[in-house]
Structure formats: C-alpha cells, structure tokens
Design a protein around this ligand. Structure first.
Ligand code: CTP
Length: 487
C-alpha cells in the first residue's frame, strides 16, 4: 500500500499522468470510430477509470456513456468489430452490452435522472455528460475519460474525484442526502468501497447515511447481499461491519449480529462482547482464506449465543447449545436474505454446528474423539480447523500460544488417525446387503442396528476399519440380537 501511495503522489505531482495508457485495449479505438460515425460523444466512466488510477489490476467491466443513444453506439461498435459480437440490449434500461472475452462493455446514454420517493425506478431524460456525472454515486466513480477524436484520453473530473482518490475519501458529487435517497443501495456501496479500498467516508456522507438508513428497506436482498459479499471478501472486513453498525444499517440487514453486542455483568461476572469478538474472528480468518462461505461461517459462528445466553450462580455465563441454535438460525437468515439454500448454506450450517468441537477435543486429544471429528466433518475438517484457529482472540499471549499449540496437536493427530483409520470418507466395510444375505433378512431395523454398531465400534476404536474385523463384529452383534447366520 505504501508503495502504491508514494507512486500515486509521484504521478499526481508530476501532473503528467498519461491517461491514454488506460485506453490501450483495442475496443476504445473502435468506440471512438463508432462515435465519429454516429456523430456523438462518448466517454469511459466509473469503475474502469477509478481502478486504472488506483492500479487495481485488469478490469472486468467497462462502462461507456454516450451523449446520445447508448444502444445505437453499441450496435455500431459491434458492426465495426472483426468478429460477429452480439449486442445484448436492455430496452427498459436503455442500455446495451457487448461481451469481449473476459470483459463486459456496457453502453448507456448520458442521463438526467430524478427518483420517486417510494421506488428505486428513476424518471429518465437524456442529458449531457455533466448531467450524467452529477447522478453518479461518488466523486471517484464520476471520473470520465474522453473517447472523442480531439480530446481522446482527456480526464473529465468535475468533482475533484482525483483529489479524493489521493486523499482516500468517499464523497458524493451532489448533496449526500440527494445521492443516497435517490438510490439507497449507495449507502451500502459507500461502505463497501471504504472497506475494499481502505478509504474514509466523508463525515457529511456518514451523517446522511445515518439519516436515510431505513431507506435500505426498498432495496432487494440480492443487491444487499452482493455488497455484503464484497465487504466480506475485502482484506479487513470488520471495517465494513463496524461502519454498517455505526450508521444503523446493520440492524436492518443482520439484526442477529446486533444482538451479540454488549457485555452483561452479574455478581461481578462478565462475558465477552460477542459482536466485536465475531468481527475479530472474521478478520483473522480473512488472513487465511478467500473462501466466501468460510468467511460467512466466521461471521455467523456465534449468532446462537444471543438466544442461549444464561446466567447462573453456579456456572456463571453460559451459552449452552448455541452451536445447534446458531446453525438453525443460519437457515432462516439465508432464507430471509434470499441467499442460496444449497450446499453453500449447508456448509455454513455445518461449520457453525461444529464450531466448538475441535476446541473441546483440544483439551484431551483422544483417538476416538479425533475419529469422530473426522467422520462428522469429512472433507471440511481443514476449514473447521481454520475457523477454530481464527476463533482464538485472547489478548493473553501465553494463552494465545497455548491454544494455537493445542490445535497444532489436534491437526497432527488428525493426520495420524486418518492415515491409519481412514474415516474421513467413511464407507462401511460391511454393507447392508451383506448383513441381509448373511442372516437371510429382508430390509428391517436389525440391519440398521448392526450397521450402526459396526460404525460406532470403528469410531470408538474397538475394532479396526477393515472387512475382517467388521465381519467378526457383525457376527457377535447378530448373536446378541438372536440372529442365526445361514449356511
Ligand atoms: N453507479 C451509481 N450508483 C449505483 C451503482 C453504480 O452511480 N448504485 C455508477 C457509478 O458511477 C459506478 C458505475 O455506475 O462506477 C458502474 O457501476 P458498477 O459496475 O456497479 O460499479 P463499479 O464502480 O464499476 O465497481 P465494482 O465493479 O467494484 O462494483
């Protein structure tokens, strides 16, 4: 980051930044030609320009604004391309899109917009580039580069977005109250950009978000979750969640996290603030994984603590069964936010449900406990261990070291036990069909009892995970049940 800042300062100071470099992709020359043929002006605007200036790497989207019809411009561009690139037209929005390998180029006509108080759908009129820049969300997203012959590569920056990039500041082009109430999703976007880019949000803007936070209700859950995912995938996600909490948005979106806030004290006994603890866990895990769903698991691993919190003189503060309650809450939360209810949700549930298991084992690492852990977590054991290690937030260095060492022991034991017993992808060494054949049984409860007993005996270490020992065990168990093998 330091390297980037000094480079940025250098570039700004020298005042000779060659914006044309941003336009090295051949599509820009084609757009310029198409604009000339249609006799209209066009500009590249928004995230592409911002990310070029921030040197954020290869762009995936290019937004083009035409002073005229964006759809016609897209069609003309497609005609000029050597290969037959299809234009996707979105008539309702007046936009069109071209896909070039990995890049999506979106075309829109410059617009003036005004919004209805009760809806996100704007009333749209044609406008100038400046009108279009006015209605953008942030000054750093209103930067445009000219694609017109005489001014090709010139930067159009009516709101000093360049300065805000330099000062790492999120500001709105218009009065923030107008920008946010026009499109309340922008409140989430401000926080998302602040988190992704490590920028500050201007105070005026933060205050406006506080005032308008309840307007988030008109935004679809899918779009909210999109922003949440981007916050979660940022280098330090807590930045975003702390901001969401501070401006009042979090209580609309994830009230389960707000319920974790606060420390209670009875008879001089306190529990930790599980909200701040959770955010630390999320930051910790983000240093070790880019898996979005594992990051979600970290965010939700303690949500069951609010409804299960109890105090008793004998045991102090307890959260009995919070993992089970939390895993049930994961389903409700995913459903409410229209998130996927498939294996991704089940993975998060599993992580939440099992989030204390390695900790319990760590104090006494027996083979059978490790076998059971391996059996229950299966292919996700490594993710579960990563979550548990991230869960260590003690500020006591001795304890910190001790807990991490305990997990090292668990991890080693897991490798040893798996190598020997192979229970991770457990397949019963004796099948139900074989049990039925041995005793001439039709499917019945006894078959299940024997199969289960074999599994338990293997997990407990009574017998080894192989066919011979399992068959012998089956015969003993069958005898106990009064079954007689045929033949
Ligand atoms: N925009 C806006 N208000 C929104 C969404 C988008 O004003 N609610 C404008 C901004 O100028 C933004 C541009 O549309 O730069 C493109 O939007 P989008 O592709 O969603 O975002 P990017 O800025 O490109 O950033 P990212 O790809 O990281 O989402």
């Amino acid at each position: 980051m330091l390297k980037f800042v000094s480079l940025f300062h250098y570039l700004i100071l020298m005042q000779n930044l060659n914006y044309k470099k941003a336009l090295s992709h051949s599509i820009f020359t084609t757009i310029r030609k198409a604009s000339e043929l249609l006799n209209l002006e066009s500009y590249v605007i928004g995230g592409f320009v911002r990310d070029f200036l921030l040197q954020r790497g290869e762009a995936k989207d290019i937004d083009i604004v035409a002073v005229g019809s964006g759809i016609e411009l897209a069609q003309k561009v497609s005609e000029l391309l050597p290969y037959n690139t299809k234009v996707q037209v979105f008539k309702t929005y007046g936009t069109a899109m071209l896909k070039l390998n990995n890049i999506e180029v979106e075309f829109v006509g410059a617009r003036k917009e005004s919004y209805n108080k009760y809806s996100r759908n704007p009333v749209i009129e044609n406008g100038s580039l400046q009108d279009d820049q006015n209605r953008r969300d942030f000054t750093i997203n209103a930067l445009a580069l000219s694609l017109n012959k005489k001014t090709y590569g010139d930067l159009l920056d009516p709101f000093n977005g360049l300065k805000d990039l330099e000062n790492k500041c999120i500001k709105t082009p218009l009065d923030p109250g107008v920008t946010y109430s026009d499109d309340p999703l922008r409140m989430m976007r401000a926080i998302r950009f602040a988190t992704q880019l490590n920028f500050k949000i201007e105070k005026k803007s933060l205050n406006a978000i506080k005032t308008h936070s309840n307007r988030i209700k008109i935004i679809t859950n899918e779009r909210i979750v999109d922003e949440l995912n981007k916050i979660l995938l940022s280098p330090v996600p807590s930045v975003g969640f702390l901001l969401l909490e501070r401006v009042g948005l979090l209580s609309y979106i994830l009230p389960e996290l707000i319920d974790l806030k606060g420390i209670d004290e009875v008879d001089g006994q306190r529990h930790k603030d599980n909200f701040y603890h959770t955010l630390e866990v999320v930051d910790n895990i983000s240093q070790n994984t880019n898996n979005l769903w594992l990051r979600w698991a970290a965010l939700l691993h303690d949500i069951g603590k609010a409804p299960t919190k109890k105090f008793s003189k004998r045991n102090g503060w307890t959260f009995h069964g919070h993992e089970f309650v939390g895993s049930k809450m994961v389903y409700k939360l995913f459903k409410r936010l229209h998130m996927p209810l498939n294996e991704k949700m089940k993975f998060v549930q599993k992580m939440v449900l099992m989030s204390s298991r390695p900790i319990v084992i760590a104090s006494k690492v027996t083979d059978s406990a490790v076998r059971r852990l391996l059996f229950d977590a299966g292919e996700y054991l490594d993710d579960l261990m990563t979550l548990c290690e991230a869960d260590i937030t003690t500020k006591n260095p001795k304890r910190f070291k001790k807990y991490h060492n305990n997990f090292k022991v668990v991890r080693q034991k897991v490798v040893d036990v798996e190598e020997r017993d192979q229970v991770k992808n457990f397949q019963p060494p004796v099948s139900g069909a074989e049990i039925m054949k041995t005793y001439n049984l039709k499917p019945c409860k006894e078959v299940g009892i024997i199969k289960d007993a074999i599994k338990e005996a293997i997990l407990d270490g009574e017998i080894e995970n192989n066919y011979k020992e399992a068959i012998n065990f089956m015969l003993t168990k069958g005898e106990e049940l009064g079954l007689i093998p045929i033949g």
